[in-house]
Design a protein. Structure first.
Ligand code: GDP
Ligand code: MG
Length: 300
């Protein structure tokens, strides 16, 4: 493709401590022959997907809005740095009017045609206290679109990480409870059995996109547990890429999936044969028997 990919200048906006860590991580990936990464960002509306994309790139590349609903189309932002290309795909929220918006999902799938998803960021807020059936439906819709394997390449991002937990819970306790609840929903929605996880559970990463995010002595944005979150997020992404699983190639077959009208067609001859031998034959035999048994009427 001859399209010109912009230089990743946003990286220079990061404090030098973050820049050093990021370049180190990119260097490591290049050593493993990973020269490009495509990150797909999904989740419900208003959870901070677009803000997270902007935070990673270090520029305001996609629109963020508290009140408006998002545009209907996904947007891919590509940046290159020292021979490494980063693609981040921001998507519209998957929920509308209390349901998963299948049309939005369809548009996302078509947008992704012939692309390989290296990492899925499933975004939600840390400062939400409940998970419900809708969360499960969103996870199920993602799973049905891209296959269960997408979760080998998935991580959960929790935005709004700078909060004071309610009910006198410690931050760590609150974080682990919220992560556990969400991961449970992800496992249920993705129909992943606990024993299938092979100990490698889906990582959960804290994110704080707000300009009022606290900073450490190196001027890096930190979440309340003290972690500089941008390098931590990139580190977790790099670990996922190196975890031995495969990226998800979105091809025509994956997008179109098994045609529901075709599904089950192979059973039709079997069912017909069954009906013939076990039902039609039986009835015929019963009639024959009846005729044979029938004693001749007296008048004959
Ligand atoms: P999207 O609909 O998932 O793309 O969400 P946006 O990125 O557009 O964010 C929705 C609103 O939440 C905006 O007003 C953002 O400024 C705000 N927001 C997003 N992430 C954070 C965060 O980590 N902390 C805080 N305090 N606000 C956030
Ligand atoms: Mg958005």
């Amino acid at each position: 493709m001859a399209s010109l990919i912009r230089e990743w200048t946003g990286i220079q906006q990061f404090p030098s401590a973050t820049q050093t860590k990021m370049l180190e991580l990119l260097g490591k990936l290049k050593q493993e022959n990973v020269n490009s990464l495509t990150i797909l960002v999904m989740g419900k509306g208003g959870v901070g997907k677009s803000s997270t994309v902007n935070s990673i790139i270090g520029e305001r590349v996609v629109a963020v809005s508290a009140f408006q609903s998002e545009g209907p189309r996904p947007v891919m932002v590509s940046r290159s740095r020292a021979g490494f290309t980063l693609n981040v795909i921001d998507t519209p929220g998957l929920v509308e009017g209390g349901y998963v918006n299948d049309q939005a999902l369809e548009i996302i799938k078509r947008f992704l045609l012939n692309k390989t998803i290296d990492v899925l960021l499933y975004v939600d807020r840390l400062d939400a206290y409940r998970v419900d059936n809708l969360d499960r439906q969103v996870v199920r819709a993602i799973t049905e679109s891209f296959g269960k394997e997408i979760w080998n390449r998935g991580l959960v991002v929790l935005t709004h990480a700078q909060l004071s937990p309610p009910d006198a819970l410690s931050y760590e306790d609150f974080f682990s409870r919220r992560s556990e609840a969400l991961l449970k929903v992800v496992r249920m929605g993705a129909r992943i059995k606990k024993q299938d996880m092979q100990g490698s559970s889906i990582p959960v990463v804290l994110v704080e996109n707000s300009g009022r995010c606290n900073k450490n002595d190196c001027d890096e944005k930190i979440v309340p547990n003290g972690t500089a979150w941008i390098p931590n997020l990139v580190k977790t992404i790099a670990e996922i890429v190196s975890n031995g699983s495969k990226g998800i190639l979105v091809d025509k077959k994956l997008i179109e999936g098994p045609n529901p009208n075709e599904r089950g067609k192979i059973w039709i001859p079997l069912i017909l044969a069954f009906q013939y031998f076990f039902i039609v034959k039986r009835i015929q035999r019963a009639i024959k028997d009846d005729i044979a048994k029938e004693s001749k009427p007296a008048w004959e």
